[in-house]
Design a protein around this ligand. Structure first.
Ligand SMILES: [Zn+2]
Length: 217
C-alpha cells in the first residue's frame, strides 16, 4: 500500500508515494503532468480582493480538471496577507466553489479558528474541510474534530511533546503531510505509527481509509 501525502509543495519523485501537490493560483500554474494529483486555490498570503475576480475565474476553470483533488490551500491568517475582512470574502468564494464542484478543501489557518468554525457553520459547508499543518493545543483540535473538520499533521509530530503528537495519539481523523519539506512522508508515517502504538501497515490502512472517506481515492 502506498504512502499518502495530502499536502505538499514539491513535485512527486517517489512511486511509493501518492501526494497532492498544492498550487496557489495567485501565480500562473506551471506545466504539470495530467496524472499528478493537485490542489488549487488562492493562498491567503498572496490573494488580494483587487485581483479576486480575475483569479477566481482562472481557479474556477482549472479546479474542474479531474486531477484537482482538493480546493486550496485557502484560508485565514491573522499575521499575513490582506485584512481579515478581505480574507473572509476570498475564502467564502472558494468554499462556494468547492461546494459546487463537490471537492474537499485543504485549509490554512493561523489564529483564526473561531472565524473558520463560524464560516463553516454559517455557510453550512458540506464538503470535507481539512486543516493542514495543525499543531495547536489538543483541546482546540478536539473542538475542530467535533465540528466536523479533519486535521492534517506534518513534521511537528516528530516531537513527541508537540500538541500535534498528543492529538494524533487520541484520534483517527487525521492525514499526514510534508508541506514545504523538512521530513519525508515515510519518516512521518514511522513517527505516527509509534505515537499510535500501531504497526506501519495498520497506519497505512487507517490513512488510506481516511482518504477514501473524504473522496480522494
Ligand atoms: Zn502548504
Amino acid at each position: 500500500m502506498q504512502l499518502l501525502d495530502i499536502h505538499t509543495h514539491k513535485a512527486a519523485t517517489n512511486l511509493e508515494v501518492v501526494s497532492i501537490q498544492s498550487f496557489s493560483l495567485t501565480a500562473p500554474l506551471p506545466v504539470i503532468s495530467a496524472h499528478q494529483p493537485i490542489s488549487v486555490g488562492l493562498h491567503p498570503w498572496y490573494a488580494t480582493l483587487q485581483n479576486l475576480e480575475e483569479q477566481l475565474a482562472v481557479l474556477t476553470q482549472i479546479a474542474q480538471r479531474p486531477q484537482v483533488k482538493m480546493i486550496g490551500e485557502c484560508g485565514l491568517d491573522r499575521l499575513k496577507g490582506e485584512p481579515l475582512a478581505n480574507q473572509l470574502v476570498i475564502l467564502e468564494k472558494q468554499l462556494a466553489l468547492a461546494e459546487k464542484l463537490n471537492k474537499p478543501l485543504i485549509l490554512h489557518c493561523v489564529r483564526c479558528f473561531d472565524e473558520l468554525m463560524a464560516i463553516k457553520k454559517r455557510l453550512n459547508v458540506q464538503v470535507p474541510m481539512v486543516i493542514h499543518g495543525f499543531n495547536k493545543n489538543a483541546e482546540l483540535g478536539q473542538q475542530l474534530l467535533d465540528k466536523g473538520f479533519w486535521l492534517s499533521f506534518g513534521a511537528a509530530i516528530l516531537k513527541p511533546a508537540a500538541s500535534a503528537s498528543q492529538l494524533l495519539s487520541v484520534t483517527d481523523r487525521f492525514f499526514l503531510e510534508t508541506d514545504e519539506g523538512g521530513a519525508d512522508i515515510a519518516t512521518l508515517y514511522e513517527a505516527a505509527s509509534n505515537l499510535k502504538k500501531s504497526s506501519l501497515d495498520e497506519l497505512k490502512a487507517l490513512i488510506f481509509a481516511n482518504w477514501k472517506k473524504i473522496g480522494l481515492i
